[in-house]
Design a protein around this ligand. Structure first.
Ligand code: SAH
Length: 477
């Protein structure tokens, strides 16, 4: 893929820098046997058992246990290994930023060599909080609890999950939407733990080696809380990177194995492929935007404007289905081989006539160039590509890739058309993103910004954590 200035930009078939592969990724190992043993816990963690812990390491010992190779004298009153953080790191922790990057961690005292729950201290040795330390990640610590007396154990996870579930009960009480995010990692103050609900199935993703190593300990009450909330199957999806290769696995944590599930989004039914689907199965962050696009297409139709709709990076056709239900004639384009099959199942489920719509399996960039040459045009163009910026360093290339993509979209947009452009690159801010939609980027000067949307309320973020607000969707007409 080439950016506008010719710079090579890695083709990324992942979204938000977290997902590898697409539907049907060949390295997917499916393990449908319920996993009874907890995932690996650092060897140095003395696994203490009691009746309450039902054979799992009892989290109440975490805060009193050395989980690294440090000697007790290097620890502190809480018994945890210490990680000393520079002044900027301490300020960030106090503001509520959930990450401490490697370069904010002091080399003395030496941080632990293994994944551990740690006490964070200032350079003056004042305790500032507790977090999960990962020696191998650029995000050295994911901060869980702030304060001098901070402790981190399963109770912290349980309390936060309980609050998160209560908030979703409020949001989705009317039952019209049965697919939503139950736990949004950092945004729900459970760094690294994401949980999506698809009707009576939940899918867990644990991000980062350290969080994974401690998952069984922290999530002691997960099954009970989820069963109380009506979840009958919990699937855990893991993707682990070793160098350039990525291994994915799907494990059933409890309940009968499920391959797919039917859900509803504001009353519109769709199918979720729980095994081969990307991310946790669907991109729930675009739910409200999909509804909005449906409304915009319906409005255009009522106003007598054209409704030939092009949905680029369509995945399982969420935007397409909304546009089709609103009376649009939709062309969906995605490179993932199995995505259109799921989209078509959802179309049928919603009573949409498939023959009126086109599904193209292609690289969107090459395909757009062909359409321009052929003179094909659409009245509404939707673009929702995967993340272009996996790191801050990749940002200039990402900006240029967005400009290139947006120009290609503008080239096939009919006069008086509507352009809906999304970005899920967390390193590209909303303002940066808008620069990729200016007149010089688009090569035309007839479009105005009507609206700019973000993620829905079941994807909460922290004011101090702009990285969490990765999703932008601009509507231009
Ligand atoms: N809009 C979708 C989510 C899109 S996720 C929804 O509402 O559900 C991004 C999609 O881009 C993925 O389905 C991925 O397979 C696809 N993709 C990645 N690179 C692509 C490329 N070069 N050409 C076409 N599709 C691509």
């Amino acid at each position: 893929m080439k950016g506008e200035d010719g710079a090579q930009v890695e083709r990324i078939s992942t979204r938000c820098g977290r997902e590898g592969g697409g539907l049907g990724a060949p390295d997917l190992a499916v393990n449908t046997r319920p996993r009874r043993t907890p995932p690996k816990v650092p060897q140095a963690l003395p696994v203490q058992r009691n009746a309450r812990s039902q054979g799992r390491p009892d989290a109440s010992h975490l805060a009193n246990t050395h989980m690294s190779s440090q000697t007790p004298s290097q620890g502190n009153r809480s018994g945890l290994p210490k990680v000393a953080v520079n002044r900027h790191g301490v300020e960030a922790v106090r503001r509520g930023h959930p990450w401490i990057f490697k370069d904010a961690v002091n080399v003395r005292p030496a941080p632990p060599r293994e994944a551990s729950v740690v006490q964070l201290v200032s350079e003056g040795d004042e305790p500032v909080g507790c977090g999960v330390f990962d020696p191998d990640s650029p995000i050295a610590v994911r901060v869980w609890v702030v304060g001098a007396d901070a402790r981190l154990d399963a109770n912290a996870f349980t309390e936060r999950l309980t609050r998160a579930l209560a908030m979703r009960r409020e949001l989705f009480g009317d039952g019209a939407t049965t697919a939503y995010r139950l736990l949004n990692g950092e945004g729900d103050r459970t760094p690294g733990f994401v949980l999506d609900r698809y009707d009576d199935v939940a899918v867990l993703r644990v991000d980062g080696e350290a969080a994974r190593a401690l998952s069984a300990v922290l999530t002691r009450d997960l099954e009970r809380l989820l069963r109380d909330a009506g979840i009958t199957t919990l699937i855990e999806r893991t993707s682990q990177r070793t160098g350039k290769s990525e291994t994915k696995s799907v494990d059933v944590r409890f309940g009968p194995p499920r391959a797919s599930v039917r859900v509803s989004e504001h009353g519109v039914p769709f199918v979720v492929d729980l095994i081969r689907g990307q991310k946790t199965g669907a991109f729930l962050d675009q739910r409200e935007n999909r509804r909005r696009v449906g409304e915009l297409v319906a409005r255009r139709r009522q106003a007598g404007l054209g409704v030939r709709v092009l949905n680029l990076f369509s995945y399982t056709g969420g935007f397409s289905q909304r546009a089709a239900l609103a009376g649009g004639t939709v062309t969906s384009v995605d490179v993932a081989t199995n995505a259109h099959g799921t989209a078509q199942e959802s179309f049928k489920l919603a009573g949409v006539d498939l023959t009126a719509h086109a599904f193209v399996t292609a690289d969107a960039f090459a395909w757009l160039a062909e359409q321009k040459k052929k003179g094909n045009r659409w009245d509404v163009v939707i673009s929702d590509p995967p993340s272009f910026a996996p790191s801050e360093r990749a940002k200039p290339n990402a900006i240029s890739a967005y400009r290139g993509l947006h120009r290609a979209c503008a080239d096939v947009l009919a006069p008086a058309g509507m352009f809906v452009a999304a970005s899920c690159s967390s390193h590209v801010s909303a303002e940066d993103f808008l620069t990729t939609l200016d007149d010089s980027a688009l090569g035309r000067s007839d479009l105005r910004l009507l609206d700019l949307f973000g993620p829905p309320a079941d994807h909460p973020t922290l004011p101090s954590f702009p990285e969490g607000r990765y999703l932008k969707l601009a509507v231009l007409a």
